[in-house]
Design a protein around this ligand. Structure first.
Ligand code: ADP
Ligand code: MG
Length: 330
């Protein structure tokens, strides 16, 4: 059985003058129907490139070099550009990182939604406008009929993000990719946006692929989470399992760098060091230069992502040791 999305051995690289950037390096994961899967990692870990690869929007000097991207059982990497244009924005939709600033300033938000509908449906001009207003209402924009005639700059950041989401769900996608959808927004608006996405997810029955650098966002919204580091998935688990038994030292570092789930004092502790240069990756485990637990083997041999307990995968030599997997290290 395949999931809604099955990514297998995805490799995406950029051929720059400085060298080959290994942005996504052989990753496999599955997103089930109706599932909300979170992807977390520091800036530069390959989250956006993963999403753009799924959308088939990698442009030169980038290339998808290997793998399969099965969307509803069909490999997107085998589709023609023409076929992709039919899929993108319809069954497979994305709210892009920094898209708040990329809304077309010269078109009203209603017109921008209507444009997507024109591309993918046979609705009349009038029906498209009506649907655009309905969609703005569905994402909680007050006075949607009036707002549809407004230009992006006339809307607040939160309202613009809602309009973008309305655009992304306008053709009832099966999978919605959200790339850091709330980073430009304050915490209250962020919570409202996630509540909205959760409602829409239930209502429309879609899968959600949520990219964020914030584990606390994932905790409240996703059922499973993937942790990425330097282009690789280093850990994957159900959200509760990940919080209770993080296996990878990087994940533990991330968890230490967020405020506790139940509120209370934030004791932010960032992970010392930096993400390695993706052109010159260290031998062995990519994380060893920052890892307090790294030993000889970690420096020499790259650990594979493998199942440690059912539903829980990690790419760490130290995680495989029974003493580590058995708890007592939290
Ligand atoms: P994230 O979304 O996790 O912050 P990205 O997926 O945007 O990270 O980037 C992963 C890596 O790919 C980074 O090292 C980035 O510099 C590189 N990269 C992304 N796009 C390009 C590009 N067009 N040309 C060269 N390198 C790129
Ligand atoms: Mg990104």
């Amino acid at each position: 059985m395949s999931g809604l999305l099955d990514v297998e051995g995805l490799v995406t690289r950029f051929y720059t003058e400085e060298g080959v950037v290994k942005a996504v390096d052989g990753n496999s994961f599955r997103l089930e129907e109706d599932e909300a899967l979170g992807v977390v990692g520091e800036s530069g870990s390959g989250k956006t490139v993963t999403a753009l690869s799924i959308m088939r929007l990698i442009e030169a000097p980038g290339r998808i070099e290997a793998g399969r991207i099965l969307f509803r059982g069909e490999d997107l990497l085998k589709k023609s550009e023409r076929e992709m244009r039919r899929i993108r924005g319809k069954d497979l939709s994305m709210v892009f990182q920094d898209s708040l600033s990329s809304l077309n300033p010269t078109l009203t938000v209603g017109a921008q939604i209507a444009r997507v509908l024109k591309h993918h449906t046979r609705l009349s001009r009038r029906a498209r406008w009506r649907r655009a207003v309905e969609l703005l209402a569905a994402v909680g924009i007050p006075e949607p009929a009036k707002r549809a005639s407004h230009y992006p700059h006339q809307l607040s950041g939160g309202m613009r993000q809602r309009a973008l989401i309305a655009m992304a769900i306008s053709c009832n996608p099966k999978l919605l990719i959200l790339d850091e959808p709330t980073t430009a927004l304050d915490v209250t608006i962020e919570a409202q946006i996630f509540e909205l996405i959760g409602e829409l997810k239930e209502e429309f029955g879609m899968g959600v692929f949520l990219i964020t650098h914030d584990l606390s966002v994932v905790a409240s919204f996703c059922s499973r989470v993937i942790i990425m580091y330097a282009g690789k998935i280093v850990e994957e688990a159900g959200v509760h399992e990940l919080y209770a038994h993080p296996l990878h030292p990087y994940t533990r570092g991330l968890l230490r760098s967020i405020p506790p789930l139940e509120g209370g004092e934030a004791r932010l502790q960032s992970i010392p060091g930096e993400v390695p240069d993706l052109i010159n990756l260290p031998p062995g485990c990519n994380f060893s230069p920052r890892c307090a637990l790294a030993d000889e083997r970690c420096w020499q041999v790259e650990p594979e992502l493998s199942g440690i307990t059912p539903g829980h995968r990690a790419a760490c030599w130290r995680a495989e040791r029974p003493a580590m997997a058995g708890g007592g290290h939290d």
